[in-house]
Structures are given as structure tokens and as C-alpha cells.
Design a protein around this ligand. Structure first.
Ligand code: CP
Length: 360
């Protein structure tokens, strides 16, 4: 296995997308602008056939709801065809086939491959042997770069709606900072914005890996003693689920208290009135899960479903960039659907006053 992405060149046409390190500020902002322009496709106001005849292979060897389905939806909404396999059971990897051979075979059938795999570095290994671009849908405790892109896209929009910017903002990151790959990718991507500060809280067994504190901008990271401390002065909180599937040490697993990570009372008592509440999801809603509680769902700052909605647009923009399609080209291949005139912003009775469907 090659844990260092050999193909980690700047993101652009025909590039793999393996790591947030492939981006600079201008390439992130260009992607966001493209995502904005693709909103009518995400909302079913326009259908598109620009990817007619193009094939995506979607290989998910770990559970996923939103990453797999939003990638597949993004490709389908651009008019392409999706081939999908989930879990090892139904792949020939169960018969011992290597990542190298899998990559070579599947890239013969596809124009782009998206893969999620439990091993850090595995997606880079696939990309090394693939004949077509590969997108990292999450590699073990390594990275989840497309989640970071949709997270920063959402943060930008949420702060903008409140008259603020990402520059100079304070983001509290709480929960599992050790195994939470979305946290690693988010911190890496937000390094591109000046003056962003992170207030970190985790149980001692789930602290952010040491390598983050060895960097020259480690002064941006403040380790806090409690959630209350982390929320001080925060513009946004990014809560994460404990990645129990990656914890092999039973003592570590048992050391995590069956407690609440963040609930409505804590937000109301400890945070600013307009705190933006984010989470990559899934959240573990079972009692004692040490996660974000569902009682925050009627707070005005809740952005967790804006993140999931935005993921569709960001992932469409990723595919368009990889395939060298600019917005005018995509829009030239659209038309109004005969079956729908656009998604309603909210269904009556859905959530509180349709807040979750706000202008996505
Ligand atoms: N955020 C995220 O990666 O969700 P899934 O595991 O459902 O894809």
C-alpha cells in the first residue's frame, strides 16, 4: 500500500481527488461557484444529459448513506449512468483480489471511480493503478476530502447569511477528533482561510493526532477542557460521532462515557444565540451515544441538513471539474423537466416551519 497519494497534483480536469491538500483558495472558490450554478439541477428545476453515455463506478466497502447516494445522485443528475457495489461480500476482493487488480479492471468499465475503503491510503493505491480519475469517498481514519469541501461550502453560506466570513471565524470541533476523518480534512481545508481558529474538545482517548500540532500554524488550535469551554466565542460548532468501528482497544472504547456530547440546553446556556450547528452525519441517536442530540433540531442555527443538501451540488461540481465541463456547457445540455417544476422548499409539517429546507 502506498499511503502517500502519488497522484496528489492540484485538483482539475482528469485529476484524482484524494486529499484536501490538492486545493488552494482559488480552486476551492471556483468549485463553490460552479456548485452554486448547478443548484437548479439539484433542485430538479432542470434536467441534464451532459454526461449521457458516461459511467461512474461507485465502490463502497464501508457503510455509507449520504456520500454514496449523493455521489450517485450527482452523476445521475448530470445524465450519467452509475455502477455500484457495496461491501466486500459482493466484490471479488472477498476472493482475495488486490486493490491494484480491482482498479485496473473497473477503470476499464468506467469514466470516473469513487471509492470508500476502511484502510488509510487505500484510495490513493487504487488511483495509482486506475486508468481513470478516482475520488476518495473516505479512506479509513485518513481523509474525507469531499465532505470537507461541502462542509466549508456550507460554513461559507451560513456565515454569509449572518453577515460574516470564514476569515477570522472561530470553529469549535467536538467529539472524536482522533478517528474522525472529516475533522482532519476540515481542519486541513480551513487552513486556506486566514485567521480561522479552532477550539477543540474530545475525551482524552480521542484527541486530534499529534501531527496537527507539529505544523507551523498550530497556534490556531486550542485544546479545551470541556464542551462549554470549546463553545466560548464560537461562530460554529462541528460535532462528530465516536467512530467506534475504528476503535480496536477495548479500554479506549470503555473509557468513552455514555453521556451527551451536545444538546439544546448546552447550546442555549453556553453558546452565542446564532451558533451554527454542524455535523458530518450520521449522528448516533441512540441513548448514551455521546453525540449531537436530536433536540437541537429546532434551533435556528441548525445546518446539518443544509450540509447534506449542499453535498449534492458540491459533488456535481467535482464531477464537472474532473471531466472539464464548465457551467455554460452543462447548462447548454439542460431542459425543464416535464415531470416536475422544481423541488418544493418544504413539505407541510416537515420539521419546524420547513426551516431545514431553507433555500438550498
Ligand atoms: N458524512 C458521511 O460520510 O456520511 P455517510 O457515512 O453516510 O456517507
Amino acid at each position: 500500500m502506498n499511503p502517500t497519494p502519488s497522484a496528489a497534483r492540484p485538483f482539475g480536469p482528469q485529476a484524482d481527488l484524494l486529499s484536501t491538500t490538492q486545493f488552494d483558495r482559488s480552486s476551492v472558490l471556483a468549485l463553490f461557484e460552479l456548485a452554486d450554478g448547478l443548484r437548479p439541477l439539484g433542485r430538479s428545476e432542470l434536467t441534464c444529459d451532459v454526461l449521457q453515455g458516461a459511467v461512474l463506478s461507485s465502490l463502497f466497502f464501508e457503510p455509507s448513506t449520504r456520500t454514496r447516494l449523493s455521489f450517485e445522485s450527482a452523476w445521475a443528475r448530470l445524465g450519467g449512468t452509475v455502477l455500484t457495489t457495496t461491501g466486500f461480500t459482493f466484490s471479488s476482493m472477498a476472493k482475495g483480489e488486490s486493490i491494484h487488480d480491482t482498479a485496473r479492471v473497473i477503470s476499464g468499465y468506467s469514466d470516473v471511480i469513487v471509492m470508500r475503503h476502511p484502510d488509510k491510503g487505500s484510495v490513493a493505491e487504487l488511483a495509482d493503478a486506475s486508468l481513470v480519475p478516482v475520488v476518495n469517498g473516505g479512506d479509513g481514519a485518513g481523509e474525507h476530502p469531499t465532505q470537507a469541501l461541502l462542509d466549508v461550502y456550507t460554513l461559507t453560506r451560513e456565515l454569509g447569511a449572518r453577515g460574516r466570513t470564514v476569515e477570522g471565524s472561530t470553529v469549535a470541533i467536538i467529539g472524536d477528533l482522533r478517528y474522525g476523518r472529516t475533522v482532519h480534512s476540515l481542519i486541513d481545508l480551513l487552513r486556506l482561510w486566514k485567521g480561522v481558529r479552532f477550539r477543540l474538545y474530545s475525551p482524552s482517548s480521542l484527541e486530534l493526532p499529534r501531527e496537527f500540532f507539529d505544523r507551523d500554524d498550530a497556534h490556531r488550535l486550542l485544546v479545551c477542557e470541556s464542551v462549554q469551554d470549546a463553545l466560548k466565542g464560537a461562530d460554529a460548532v462541528y460535532a462528530t460521532r465516536v467512530q467506534r468501528e475504528r476503535i480496536t482497544d477495548e479500554k479506549v472504547a470503555q473509557s468513552i462515557e455514555a453521556a451527551v456530547l451536545l444538546d439544546k440546553r448546552m447550546v442555549q446556556e453556553w453558546a452565542s444565540d446564532d451558533l451554527i450547528i454542524m455535523h458530518p452525519l450520521p449522528r448516533d441517536s441512540r441513548p448514551g451515544s455521546f453525540d449531537l442530540m436530536p433536540d437541537v433540531d429546532d434551533l435556528p442555527g441548525l445546518a446539518i441538513f443544509h450540509q447534506t443538501d449542499n453535498g449534492l451540488m458540491v459533488r456535481m461540481a467535482i464531477f464537472c471539474t474532473i471531466l472539464g465541463l464548465d457551467l455554460p456547457t452543462v447548462l447548454a445540455h439542460t431542459r425543464k423537466p416535464v415531470w416536475n417544476s422544481g423541488k418544493p422548499l418544504a413539505r407541510p409539517g416537515l420539521h419546524s416551519a420547513g426551516r431545514q429546507a431553507q433555500d438550498w
